[in-house]
Design a protein around this ligand. Structure first.
Ligand code: ADP
Length: 733
């Protein structure tokens, strides 16, 4: 029967029925097809790319049981819970099971009842008892999760993974499929070889994570900086990474002091405390986990809304992996990195125990990471470039550089030349601090005895702070104008080839102005919130979350196993009134519909009745309105609000009256101004602001709103700027 239905149709059906998803993510269909065609495969997708579904969905299309090898014991239970919640028969075997539980799973394998079995790799060696069991189990194929663990070149080598070859020998006809987020070619080749994959279909996804907003800023009262990010997510889960255990303890205490539910996680804590805190985080009993790099491998929490680093991560790979834990569910999330201070020194101390060759690699990797902080290229671009990929275009708004929250010093070239000529006059024999002190004009003993107070560059930058000069030198290194080389254990500065061009005026660096307040860092999150939350009734969303938590407690599973945020958001936008409509919600499959529709629909119905909102909203219409609006016809919804705008009511009041989010109402206002050719913004914007903005529009004639935003250094919000610009344009026409 299965033969006659095309593969894509079978998979789509399964995706909808069990997971409630409408479409495939990038490469998922190809990866699933390889499984169904029994062609070995190696699938490389970033965290959040949807690797699990690549083997879970095909398992449901085939007879027999798929065997998934996974190194993460803590994750197995969550995965099996999630599958069970979707009505899929799944189980796991690892060291946490009692003998009785193991017997039970064995019975289920023998009776061919399971569709998916998760196995810890160490079960495979050691006498082959599990292999005998599998032989009775009608295995459909093997999926090797976190496949980089088989490679010594990967960051997480697990010797037991080498035994997986035994599986291949014992089940020569079954397909083997490897999944990893580690993109380097060396690891990839090693996986294929070690697992003995036969001409695998190799699928490497796009490593960019467009739903993440990246920002790197100098540390400046770091706890204040952290608080600003957390304050924007009063309900959202977040991870704060610190370099040292001591800092983890300190930051945890500080975050608790300002009223957030936070817990610590590091390798120095007793196992039970660590596991307890991890569990509390996954189950939303605490909001924030403050951790060292030790945290994260075993968690699959999809709704982490922010990841903060309070110091430079060790490598770009670490940064990518750690920030990658944000926004797995595809919703907008923020990644903030605060660097500077003693970060480099602490890492160097940690590296000091390493053998020379390893230490050199560590230091180089750290330098690449520091250069990334100082870079003024699109951060999405820099990140994927590090992993050997190119971005077609910059992200435009999803990083601090593109969003314009980084201010470039106007006379960057001149300052760069001053710094380089000082390095040159000091005969390229000194380091960052010394050079900065010469430029600052500090007459300390060493400078005087070297007669460097007589150099023409001495005191050239005396009006700038020492910290700013040091940062700029770091940026010149980061941007390749200076090289930092090791000279007998000291790090000294040399001028590079591009540096020479700078001295001749043929190249220019982009130096970042000393820390300024995080303005547009927040602007993106507002913008993104607008997009993710377009048309969403936030109050209803909160009510649905409460119900979700209650259901999760009842079942003793993490809340996201009941429904992910994406599903709740979709409900709070569609207001489904019936089971059929509930099934249209993203993330609602058959089983969850049967189990939960009654309670969730009841809350939605009551809410809509109270607020006088219509049920079964056409979501496509709402989402279309959130697209960047060029001249287009006003929508039916916006027309409803036009009368209210005509009465000159404020956005807040109108939002309340029409029962829509403020951001949605702002969108309607733009439509209104455009379609009615309104020329006077005064009902919505203060008179003094109008004059200010209009003057600048006249002066710089911005072609894009962003230029206006940048001109005001992010101090005037986009809504205000849009209103004034639209009215101005109407006047001009
Ligand atoms: P990875 O293992 O690659 O990090 P996951 O398999 O954990 O990613 O998937 C990340 C999230 O995306 C999960 O919440 C998953 O349910 C969701 N997801 C995966 N595929 C789809 C899809 N086709 N449509 C909607 N959501 C999906």
């Amino acid at each position: 029967m299965n033969q006659v239905i095309p593969i894509e149709a079978q998979l789509s059906d399964v995706l909808k029925r069990y997971w409630g998803y409408e479409s495939f993510h990038d490469l998922q269909l190809l990866a699933m097809t390889a499984v169904l065609e029994d062609r070995d495969s190696l699938v490389v997708l970033p965290t959040g790319g949807g690797k699990s579904l690549c083997y879970q969905a095909p398992a449901m299309c085939r007879d027999g049981m798929a065997v998934v090898v996974s190194p993460l014991i803590s994750l197995m239970k969550d995965q099996v819970d999630a599958l069970t919640a979707n009505g899929i028969s799944a189980a796991y075997i690892n060291s946490t099971l009692s003998d009785a539980e193991k017997w039970n799973v064995a019975d289920r394998i023998k009776s061919h009842e399971l569709k998916l079995l998760y196995l810890a790799p160490e079960r495979i060696g050691g006498g082959g008892r599990v292999l005998d069991l599998l032989e009775q189990g009608n295995v459909s194929f093997f999926a090797i999760d976190e496949a980089h663990c088989i490679s010594q070149w990967g960051h997480d080598f697990r010797p037991h993974y080498r035994e997986l070859k035994l599986l291949r020998d014992r089940f020569p006809d079954a397909g083997f499929h490897a999944y990893t987020a580690t993109a380097t070619e060396r690891v990839r080749d090693d996986i294929a070889q070690q697992l003995g994959l036969h001409e695998p279909e190799t699928l490497v996804g796009n490593f960019d994570r467009p739903n993440l907003y990246y920002r790197a800023a100098k540390k400046d009262n770091v706890i204040g900086q952290v608080k600003k990010v957390v304050d924007r997510h009063p309900q959202g889960s977040g991870i704060i990474y610190c370099i040292s255990r001591k800092e983890v303890e300190k930051v945890t205490a500080q975050i608790r002091e300002i009223g957030y539910k936070a817990a610590a996680y590091h390798a120095g804590m007793p196992d039970v405390d660590r596991a307890g805190n991890q569990e509390a985080f996954i189950k939303d009993k605490i909001q924030i986990i403050v951790a060292t790099v030790a945290f994260g491998m075993g968690i699959d929490k999809p709704d982490v809304r922010f990841v903060i680093h309070t110091g430079v991560p060790k490598t770009m790979e670490n940064y990518q992996q750690e920030t990658g834990r944000a926004g797995r569910d595809g919703l907008e999330s923020e990644c903030h990195l605060f660097y500077g201070g003693n970060d480099a020194r602490i890492w160097k101390m940690i590296f000091s125990d390493q053998p020379d060759a390893v230490r050199k690699i560590s230091l180089d990797s750290l330098q690449t990471m520091i250069d990334f902080c100082h870079s003024v290229d699109c951060r999405h671009r820099s990140l994927v470039k590090h992993f050997g990929q190119e971005l077609e275009k910059d992200c435009e708004t999803a990083c601090d550089v593109c969003a314009g929250s980084i201010e470039i010093v106007k006379d960057s070239q001149k300052i760069g030349q001053m710094i380089l000529s000082s390095v040159y006059r000091q005969q390229e024999r000194y380091g960052v601090t010394y050079t900065a002190r010469v430029l600052k004009g500090m007459q300390d003993e060493r400078i005087v005895s070297n007669q460097h107070d007589e150099l023409s560059t001495f005191g050239l930058l005396k009006e700038k702070t020492l910290k700013a000069i040091q940062d700029w030198i770091g940026q010149l290194v980061g941007q390749g104008f200076l090289l930092q080389v090791d000279d007998d254990g000291f790090s000294i500065l040399k001028i590079s080839e591009t540096g020479k061009q700078l001295l001749k005026g043929e190249a220019s660096p982009k130096l970042i102005a000393p820390v300024k307040e995080d303005s547009s860092g927040t602007s993106r999150s507002k913008a993104s919130k607008t997009r993710s939350m377009e048309g969403v009734e936030v109050e209803l969303f909160e009510a649905l979350r409460v119900l979700r938590t209650a259901k999760a407690l009842e079942k003793n599973v993490p809340p996201y196993v009941v429904f992910g945020d994406a599903a709740l958001i979709d409900m709070a936008r569609r207001f489904p009134s019936s089971e059929a409509k509930f099934l249209e919600v993203q993330g609602v499959g058959q089983k969850k519909c049967e189990e939960y529709s009654e309670d969730f629909l009841a809350i939605i119905r009551t809410y809509c009745e109270e607020k006088g909102l219509p049920l079964d909203v056409d979501v496509d219409a709402i989402l279309a309105q959130s697209e960047p609006v060029e001249a287009r016809d006003p929508s039916a919804n916006s027309i409803q609000s036009f009368d209210l705008f005509e009465q000159g009511l404020s956005i807040e009041v109108i939002a309340k009256k029409i029962g829509r989010a403020k951001s949605t109402t702002e969108g309607y206002l733009t439509d209104y101004i455009r379609s009615r050719k309104i020329t006077d913004p005064s009902p919505w914007v203060d008179a003094s602001l109008i004059t200010q903005v209009q003057e600048v529009i006249e002066e710089i004639r911005p072609t894009r709103l962003k230029l206006l935003f940048l001109h005001f250094e992010g101090n005037i919000d986009y809504t205000t700027l849009r209103i004034v610009s639209e009215c101005y344009r109407n006047r001009d026409q």
